[in-house]
Design a protein around this ligand. Structure first.
Ligand code: FAD
Length: 511
């Protein structure tokens, strides 16, 4: 055997150039490892879906005539760590070369670089060919402009032009504007109805038992009898088709809505398939653009959706590689409070938070606004330790891989990098949550009360956060309006809000 080729659990791309030719002298290696299940406490569905998809990928490679070595979590020969397994397998197969695709996480990148440096045989790292940008493209882009703030919108326009997406023949943006965000902020009135959930259902209770017997710790509902995540490219493509037909037309309008009645709304739920590379971002963008050009979805929806993938997804990856290592320890506000226990149970009386955390625990998914404006908003206002918040997000979501989760959590949601990524903290009082959602009506807290026993906790926490951090934030032009409102408040009201916020922060478990 000449060459071992390593495939990580998020490198399940059958279209990778590696697979264009069958080679008898190549052995593909996939490993289920405690190293990967245990670096943070994971949601059960995340472990289950990744292992199930890896197993499916291995058998499809075998069916296509490739040679595959698969180390299951309960294989007695499995040493449960990447370097130890590689050493054993290289020896066992008498391999004289090792190849791997560039990992997307800094942790694995370092581990493989260090391993490669210690080997006498040739070790090559190849491109995963998944992304539209190189790791350092975002840093080079902003570096060449001398920008202090890395504004996503600026990068996004560059990406539209560079990749010729949603452009008129003369290079102008389709519809005359780069961004239709202002049209994408409607609450959802219950109509049009949420599209049907056409994702496949998989029974993986046997694999789940194997994972449990191997002693892997987890949290959240495994839903092993009815796992809903796509497990191979064919299923991911079906999900993409369903989204383009049923979800995309209304995606834009209700992109920012939150609802107790609908967990998916018009979101694609494609992040797992994208992040494990069953789908390429290029093809998803192309499909959305085609739908727009054929008049199957309005431009505001198509642009809003494409911006998430061509813009945000590539951008946060570039921020990650520019800021690692160390980005995970940012803590601009010096927040240190541990997460309340109800992050692991969903048992809080705040209806919007209960729903968003409950969905996260039940489905290993919550949509962007639930992650950002409900859970993340609360965490920031309550002063929770951003590193603990990061670890929770990294564990809980089906699509959470550090390169995308960390900038979203530490940067966008917790503003812990002091504003490198977000132009202002994503915070709000209850009025925003009331406007964008339908939870307040069934919540014991009153969205319209700032203080008192029944006041929505978001209210006092919001005003107190602004007051406490005025030194850092009051000069931010995007916060001019709330700071003006704060300045107009009588001292007695400000004191009452501060006292209420203090009491809330000391009693988070009871909320
Ligand atoms: P849709 O709303 O249908 O959007 C389409 C696609 O756009 C997504 O599948 C995703 O690939 C991409 N996308 C959308 N927003 C972002 C974004 N802000 N950054 C990067 N890509 C984006 N996304 C992850 O993939 N993994 C994470 O671990 C993750 N953690 C997050 C943590 C926080 C605190 C926040 C605020 C956001 C996080 N996101 C993360 C971004 C976003 O919330 C998810 O990508 C999205 O909810 C996935 O659901 P969907 O596929 O239905 O997305």
């Amino acid at each position: 055997m000449a060459c071992l080729r390593l495939l990580l659990g998020d490198q399940l791309d059958p279209e990778h150039p590696w697979f264009a030719a069958k080679r008898d002298d190549v052995m593909y290696v996939l490993m289920e490892m405690r190293q990967e299940t245990d670096y943070v406490l994971h949601h059960a569905q995340k472990i289950l879906a990744i292992f199930a998809a890896m197993r499916r990928f291995a058998s499809q490679l075998r069916e296509a005539g490739h040679r595959v070595c698969y180390l299951a979590i309960d294989d007695p020969a499995n040493r449960q760590s990447l370097p130890d397994n590689l050493t054993r397998l290289l020896h066992q197969h008498g391999a004289s070369e090792l190849e791997y695709q560039a990992p997307d996480e800094w942790r694995l990148d370092q581990q493989l670089r260090q391993y490669a440096a210690q080997q006498a045989i040739a070790v090559r790292c190849v491109d995963s060919t998944h992304f539209l940008t190189t790791r350092d493209e975002v840093a080079r882009f902003f570096g060449s402009r001398g920008s202090e703030r890395w504004t996503m919108e600026v990068f996004y326009r560059y990406m539209r032009q560079r990749h010729g997406v949603l452009l008129e023949p003369d290079g102008a943006p389709m519809g005359g504007r780069w961004n239709f965000d202002a049209e994408n902020r409607k609450p959802w009135p219950g109509d049009p109805p949420e599209p049907p959930d056409l994702r496949p259902t998989h029974d993986h209770s046997v694999l789940w038992q194997t994972i449990r017997d191997a002693g892997v710790a987890s949290f959240g509902d495994p839903d092993a009898h009815a796992l809903r995540w796509p497990l191979d490219r064919a299923e991911a493509l079906q999900q993409l088709d369903a989204f383009i037909e049923h979800g995309l037309p209304d995606f834009g309008d209700y992109q920012d809505a939150i609802s107790a009645q609908a967990s998916r709304l018009f979101h694609s739920l494609l992040s797992f398939a994208l992040n494990v590379k069953m789908l390429s971002p290029r093809e998803v963008i192309t499909r959305a653009e085609q739908a727009g050009r054929q008049g199957l979805a309005p431009l505001a929806s198509v642009e809003g959706f494409i911006r998430q993938i061509l813009g945000w997804r590539e951008y946060v990856r570039g921020v990650y590689w520019a800021q690692m290592p160390g980005y995970e320890h940012n803590n601009a506000f010096g927040h240190t409070r541990p997460l309340p226990q109800w992050f692991w149970t969903g048992s809080t009386r705040m209806a919007c938070v209960r729903t968003a955390i409950g969905r996260s625990l039940a489905n290993a998914h919550a949509h962007h606004i639930e992650r950002l404006m409900v859970i993340g908003n609360f965490a920031l206002l309550a002063g929770l330790d951003p590193h603990a918040v990061h670890q929770w997000y990294l564990g809980v979501y089906i699509d959470a891989f550090e390169w995308v989760e960390l900038p979203n959590t530490v940067g966008m949601s917790q503003f812990a990098d002091g504003g490198l990524l977000a132009t202002k903290p994503y915070i709000s009082a209850a009025a925003y949550l009331h406007r964008m959602g339908d939870h307040c009506g069934r919540c014991p807290y009153r969205h319209d009360q700032p203080t008192g026993p029944r006041a929505c906790p978001f209210n006092a926490l919001y005003w107190d956060f602004l007051a406490r951090n005025a030194d850092q934030l009051s000069a931010n032009p995007r916060l001019e309006m709330p700071y003006r409102q704060l300045a107009r408040m009588p001292a007695s009201r400000r004191n009452a809000l501060a006292q209420q916020a203090d009491a809330l922060r000391c009693n988070l478990e009871a909320l």
